[in-house]
Design a protein around this ligand. Structure first.
Ligand code: HEM
Length: 120
C-alpha cells in the first residue's frame, strides 16, 4: 500500500489540475470576443442626403424610403425584382418601392434593414 503522504500529494495534484481546467473554461466561455458583439450593433442615425448618395455600389447599397434610410447591401442580391433596387442605389426610392409589384407584406420586411433617417 502506498504511503499516506503520497496519496495526499496525488489528491492535491488532482485538485490543482481540476481548478486550472475549470478556471480556463470559465474565462474562455463566459463572454464572446468584443468584435463579434459590436458587429451586431446597428446604430440608428440621421444622415444628410449627400452621405446617403455615396452608398451606391453593390457591396454598399442604401435606399431612402419615406424619409427613412435602409441598408440593402445584402438583400439586393436576393431581391425577387432583380436589379430594381440597384437602379435606385443611394437615392429616394419611395415611388419605386410603393409600386404595384409589391404586396403589402413587403412593408413588414423594411424594419430589418433600417439604419436611420434623412435629415430634412
Ligand atoms: C427600390 C425600389 C424597388 C423596386 C423598383 C422593386 C421592384 C420589384 C419588382 C419589379 C418586383 C417584381 C418581380 C417579379 O415578380 O418578377 C419586386 C418584387 C419583390 N420585391 Fe421589390 N423592388 C424595390 C425594392 C424592394 C425592397 C427594398 C424590398 C425589401 C425590403 C423588396 C422586396 C420585394 C419582394 C419580397 C418581392 C416579391 C413580391 C412577391 O411576393 O411577389 N423590393 N420588386
Amino acid at each position: 500500500m502506498e504511503p499516506l503522504y503520497l496519496a495526499l500529494a496525488n489528491a492535491l495534484l488532482v485538485i490543482v489540475l481540476m481548478a486550472l481546467v475549470f478556471s480556463r473554461r470559465r474565462s474562455t466561455g463566459a463572454s464572446p470576443p468584443q468584435a463579434e458583439t459590436e458587429k451586431e450593433e446597428v446604430i440608428y442615425k440621421v444622415y444628410p442626403e449627400e452621405e446617403v448618395r455615396k452608398h451606391n455600389s453593390p457591396d454598399d447599397l442604401w435606399l431612402v424610403i419615406d424619409g427613412k434610410v435602409y441598408d440593402f447591401s445584402e438583400y439586393y442580391k436576393v431581391h425577387p425584382g432583380g436589379d430594381a433596387i440597384f437602379r435606385n442605389a443611394g437615392m429616394d426610392s419611395s415611388a419605386g418601392f410603393h409600386g404595384e409589384q409589391h404586396p403589402t407584406k413587403v412593408n413588414d420586411m423594411l424594419i430589418d434593414f433600417l439604419i436611420g433617417e434623412v435629415s430634412s
